[in-house]
Design a protein around this ligand. Structure first.
Ligand code: SF4
Length: 458
């Protein structure tokens, strides 16, 4: 947490990390039949690596379903990892015995999104806050009570609240109680999973300020998980951006927000609402369907939606049209575009524009109209600016309208293949502690005859 007047000093990253995560994976098997034969896997977290230093706030951000919450529960071993290593203060948590795990859990606590469901409604607030002390062997009930009272005061509640019950508190107050409970064992690390997203905006600011104060007071490292980029920017020293189970960019928060290097980060950041009317509407629209983590795309997982996807060798036309050609190709591959749908589209478009009552299909749609209808449906121009690319696209559309979608798909796959779908990009260093995983940065495009970005002669 750096740069604001009310914040603790920046975390010292010159020493050893408190938490080191290497190649962490969490896959869920998909089973079928009475024998529960494994037929696939949901790759919720698929090989993530990062370090968290003492006193640091490390953010993990991404759309819902990207695997960030699974990353949290897996690194704390609330769920068993499928593979990878988690080192906490030098000790291997992923291979820890029961006793070692218990010691680890004293030092690493979790805060959940929904404070309501994380309390037992039959236990008083004091009992809930002190529960971890009892589990870890403190038998003196009065002492537990005194510690709970002290913590309730430190999180901005009253010592008298110790005998009240969770339903008597608001959402924000419950999250304060959740913080008190997380701190009761004096941990070194807190993993906070969307800790303020269930709260009103006005309360969010209070809880974030409280977390900052407590972080300094208790000298805590925090892994802060959120889909809310504004909140992440507010509280995190460094941030990792996750997409479909993988980290695509990691770096110092302010620099990454000011100059995002990965196309997905750029798209995410462009979607942050802004009060400046001149900046509104500048969001990068992501086309293409969100892929399933049970069947992630080949090569770069973002290639089915990436607005900056690398064009094939020998072609050069408007990037936005290239993206749309790839969207068409994907739908052809899935059998979602064919002669019938093209004719239906042409009929619908002709009815809409001419106001005709009998669609063009009923009177026999000319092939030109059907081809044009597909272009309009994918927002493609009448002709691509690259003549060779246009010839390929025209031929493919002709094949679709002639009823041979398979050959059209094969033609587009052969001519319009991109390194982004063929090869996994490598993480490329942008600067010290800052890297992004994209062919635009990793230098591999040059091997395919494509120039790197200006200023990136790596
Ligand atoms: S590797 Fe290609 S598809 Fe992936 S983010 Fe980079 S440009 Fe986009």
């Amino acid at each position: 947490m750096t740069g604001r007047p009310d914040e603790p000093p920046a975390a010292d990253r010159s020493g050893e990390p408190l938490l080191r995560v290497r190649g962490l994976k969490k896959h869920y098997p998909i089973t079928e039949g009475v024998l529960r034969r494994e037929v696939g896997r949901v790759r919720a977290v698929d090989g993530i690596s990062f370090d968290v230093y003492p006193g640091e706030t490390f953010g993990i951000v991404g759309e819902s379903g990207c695997g960030k919450s699974t990353a949290a529960t897996t690194l704390l071993r609330l769920e068993e990892p499928t593979d990878g290593e988690v080192l906490f203060d030098g000790a291997d948590v992923s291979a820890a015995s029961k006793a070692e795990l218990k010691r680890f859990r004293r030092r690493a606590q979790m805060i959940f999104q929904d404070p309501t469901s994380s309390f037992d409604p039959r236990m008083s607030v004091g009992e809930s806050v002190a529960e971890p002390l009892r589990i870890h062997g403190m038998r003196d009930r009065d002492r537990r009570r005194r510690i709970a009272q002290d913590l309730l005061e430190r999180v901005g509640l009253s010592a008298d609240d110790v005998d009240r019950y969770p339903h008597e508190f608001s959402g924000g107050q419950k999250q304060r109680i959740g913080l008190a409970r997380a701190l009761v064992l004096n941990p070194d690390l807190i993993v906070a999973d969307e800790p303020v997203s269930a709260l009103d905006v006005s309360i969010q600011a209070e809880i974030l300020a409280l977390m900052r104060r407590l972080q300094e007071e208790f000298d805590l490292a925090v892994v802060f998980i959120s889909h809310n980029l504004s909140v992440v920017r507010e509280v995190c020293d460094r941030v990792a951006v996750m997409y479909l189970g993988e980290i695509v960019e990691v770096g110092p928060t302010e620099r990454l927000f000011a100059d995002p290097q990965h196309p997905y980060t750029r798209a995410l950041l462009s979607s942050i609402p802004t009060p400046d009317p001149r900046e509104r509407g500048r969001g990068i629209e992501l086309t293409g369907d969100v892929p399933s983590p049970s069947d992630p795309p080949s090569g770069c997982r973002f290639h089915t939606r990436c607005p900056e996807i690398v064009q094939p060798d020998g072609y050069e036309f408007e990037q936005v049209h290239w993206r749309r050609v790839m969207d068409l190709r994907a739908k052809l591959d899935r059998g979602e575009v064919g002669r019938e749908s093209a004719l239906d589209l042409a009929a619908a478009q002709s009815t809409a524009t001419a106001g005709a009552t009998d669609g063009a299909r009923a009177t026999g749609t000319p092939p030109d109209e059907a081809r044009a209808a597909i272009r309009r449906a994918f927002d493609l121009p009448e002709a691509l600016t690259d003549e060779r690319a246009e010839a390929v696209l025209s031929e493919a559309l002709g094949l679709v309208v002639d009823g041979d979608s398979d050959r059209a798909a094969a033609l587009l796959a052969k001519e319009f293949s991109t390194p982004c779908e063929r090869r996994r990009p490598r993480a490329a260093a942008v600067d010290d502690g800052w890297s992004a995983t994209c062919h635009l940065l990793d230098g591999s495009r040059r091997s395919e005859g494509v120039e790197p970005l200006p200023g990136r002669e790596d």
